[in-house]
Structure formats: C-alpha cells, structure tokens
Design a protein around this ligand. Structure first.
Ligand code: MN
Ligand code: MN
Length: 293
C-alpha cells in the first residue's frame, strides 16, 4: 500500500506553521501486542478520508497552518528515544509551535512532557487511559509504557496530574492513587454521571493550581475496544469516542501539546486509525478556533 508522506492538509512549511505533527514509531517495550510503531503512518493514511471542512467550527483545514515533520528516526533504546523526543519537542515549543505527537507506545510521552515542563512553569498533565501506568517498572524495563505516569509523577507535583477513563491497575497502583491524592477518574464514573461533570472537576482542580498550560496525552485504549479495537492492550468497559471529543474541545484553550499513543494497526479494518486521525483533526480545529477568538 502506498503510504501518504504527510498527514492530510498538513502541508505548511515548518517556518510558517502553528502546529507540528510528528511520529515516534517506537514500540520496543510493548508487552502484549507490539505494532504501535506502525501507527503514525496508519493515521496519516487514514486522515485522507476526512473532509477538510469542520461544521462545528465553520472552519477549513486550508485556513490552519499545520506541518507534518514525518517520523523521528528512533532506534530500540527507550532512554535514547525519550531524550530525542524531549529535544525535538523543546525545539518545537521554542519555535512557537503546538506539537502533536503520534506514537508509538506510551513511553514516548515522557520526553514530550519533560520538554513542556521546562518550557511552561505551571504545566499540568492530563492523561486519558484505561490503565494507571503507575508501576515503577514493568517486565524489568524501567521506562516501560506501563510506567509512564509513575515517571511523570517523579518530576511533576501530584496536584498537577489527572487521569480520566481508568479501569485497570494493580492494588499497589490504586494505593498510590490514594496515598498521593491523585485525581484519577474511572470510566465507570463517566458512564454513570456523564463526561461534563468530570471535565468540570478536572478543570476546577487545574484552575485552583493556577495552571494555564496543560499537556494532553491520549492513550488510545481509553476508548472502548468496540470503537477502538486496534490498540496494544485492549481493556473492556471503556468510554465513548465522543467523550474524548468533548474533553479535547473543553480543554483546548489551555492545551499546549497533544499526543496519541498505543494505536496498534492490524487488529481491525482501519477504524481505530481513522478515529484517532479524526481526533487529532478535532484537536487542531478546537485549538485554532480558540486562538482566533
Ligand atoms: Mn498508557
Ligand atoms: Mn493504556
């Protein structure tokens, strides 16, 4: 199959762009289904099915300056990959861009968050994930995809952290949530109470911290496997794609970077890649819209 060289309509030259999409094709620590290294290209390919006009915002991709920098050339060393992602995201931020990272597995997030923390003093971290990812290591790998929140919380105050959509973790991980007073909202809470109250709760918490800049990490498995089957570690009883859409739109004004990780092509007919390329598009429209206003 011919792979499209860049995300649809992301053809603005780097210097003129406001958003920079890049891929990190890294899945060396994947424990269940490797293959997320193919996700950036699968999402690029999927993006060509999407209409360029967005009715909700009455906006067209032609009016937004987006560049696709292609994939980072990462090897199989997780610590080297984290360093390279951190460096790259640091450059994008100092050039005034909004970085959009397509993983790869969840370990790719750490470098991007560290770069954002260096750039923004008041950064808060919001992660959508079925899993707590609070293990200090997994299968003898320190910087495993299953440990990403643990490592972020080693450098970020627990008050500046929130996870949404969680429904899987060890007893020890849940104890850590209680001990550190972490905001971690279950998928079940969203199913019972709706997503709006959850958005309000997290927003109020971050506002109370004086936070104006939020990093959003979307682990694809937060969405129910019925809608997003092609992920590395599927977990039943997930949230709806439209819940994620509402979260993105509600927080967009303060979002300074986005990643989409753990999509694992090959376990469906392409629906998962289409869904997440659509959510990336929706992030761009939402963010561009609030900047115009
Ligand atoms: Mn994760
Ligand atoms: Mn997960």
């Amino acid at each position: 199959m011919y792979i499209q060289p860049f995300f649809a309509d992301a053809d603005t030259p780097y210097d003129d762009s406001d958003f920079v999409i890049f891929g990190v094709p890294f899945d060396a620590t994947s424990s269940f289904r490797p293959g997320s290294r193919f996700a950036p290209d699968a999402m690029r390919q999927a993006s060509y099915t999407l209409e360029t006009y967005n009715r909700h915002f009455d906006a067209d991709m032609d009016e937004i300056k987006v560049c696709d920098e292609g994939n980072l050339d990462v090897g199989s060393s997780v610590s080297q990959m984290i360093k390279e992602v951190k460096e790259k995201v640091g450059i994008y931020l100092s050039d005034g861009k909004v970085p959009i990272m397509m993983g790869g597995e969840h370990s790719t997030t750490l470098g991007a968050v560290m770069a954002c923390m260096e750039y923004f003093d008041d950064l808060c971290f919001l992660v959508l994930d079925a899993h707590l990812d609070l293990r200090d290591s997994f299968e003898d790998v320190k910087y495993s995809h299953a440990s990403v929140s643990h490592h972020i919380l080693n450098v970020l105050s627990p008050q500046r952290y929130a996870s949404i959509g969680v429904r899987s973790g060890t007893r020890e991980e849940y104890s850590r949530v209680a001990k550190d007073g972490l905001t971690s909202i279950s998928a079940e809470t969203i199913q019972k109470e709706g997503v709006d109250g959850v958005i309000h709760e997290v927003m109020t918490k971050f506002d109370d911290m004086g936070c104006k800049n939020i990093y959003l990490s979307v682990d694809a498995d937060v969405i129910d496997p019925a809608f997003a089957p092609a992920v590395s570690t599927p977990e039943p009883f997930g949230i709806f794609p439209t819940d994620v859409l509402h979260i993105i739109r509600s927080f967009s004004e303060k979002l300074v970077a986005l990643d989409v990780v753990e999509v694992c092509p090959g376990y469906d007919h392409g629906e998962t890649a289409i869904l997440f390329s659509k959510l990336i598009r929706e992030f761009i429209f939402a963010k561009a819209h609030c900047e115009v206003i």
